[in-house]
Design a protein around this ligand. Structure first.
Ligand code: K1U
Ligand code: ZN
Length: 169
């Protein structure tokens, strides 16, 4: 396993649309292992492959609380089959937009289809933080960042702050 660099705004690769995966094989599982290690190290609760510069439709996540055992989750080629009309706000963050947090409104519940770590097809309902996080990560697969859901002014301010942060590091 290896730690990978997480790209931050305004890196142009973050705007790319990721491609579907043909087969879940050992090479893809090695990528998912690297992503999980990188996410735990950051630390974060989710990560899309494009955030480490790999334009594949792959997401890792762990929503376990600090007092719980790790619960790694893997989503390959995820699709949203259904989204509730009801929406819910959540104060989101993003490892590619460090130190910026703002409220985004998204469908409160979604039904998903994806391939798991073994390449098996799974259908699952998501609500609460799981629904927020999977929609945030699936946005990454389409080149969309949570700041794209904010006003142009807030988005530009966020990018400016991150540029300053990177320069000072
Ligand atoms: O960059 C990312 O996509 C990961 C992002 C996921 C996310 C967080 C909150 C709402 C929607 C999506 C993060 O993990 S940001 C960091 C974070 O939330 C966190 C870090 C340490 C402990 C707990 C949370
Ligand atoms: Zn993100």
């Amino acid at each position: 396993m290896a730690l990978r660099e997480i790209l931050v705004v305004p890196h142009p690769v973050l705007k790319q649309v990721s491609a579907n995966v043909d087969v879940v094989d050992d090479d893809l599982r090695a990528l998912m292992d690297d992503m999980l290690e990188t996410m735990y190290d950051a630390p974060g609760i989710g990560l899309a492959a494009i955030q480490i510069g790999v334009p594949k439709r792959v997401i890792v996540m762990d929503l376990a609380r600090p007092d719980e055992e790790p619960q790694p989750r893997y989503y390959v080629n995820p699709e949203i089959l259904w989204a509730s009309e009801e929406t819910a706000p959540y104060e989101e963050g993003c490892l590619s937009v460090p130190e910026i947090f703002d409220e985004v409104e998204r469908p409160a519940r979604v039904k998903l289809r994806y391939l798991n770590y073994q390449g098996e097809q799974v259908e699952e309902d998501a609500e609460g933080l799981f629904a927020v996080c999977i929609q945030h990560e699936m946005d990454h697969l389409n080149g969309v960042l949570f700041i794209d859901h904010l006003s142009r002014l807030k988005r530009e301010q966020a990018v400016k702050k991150v540029k300053k942060l990177v320069k000072a590091a």
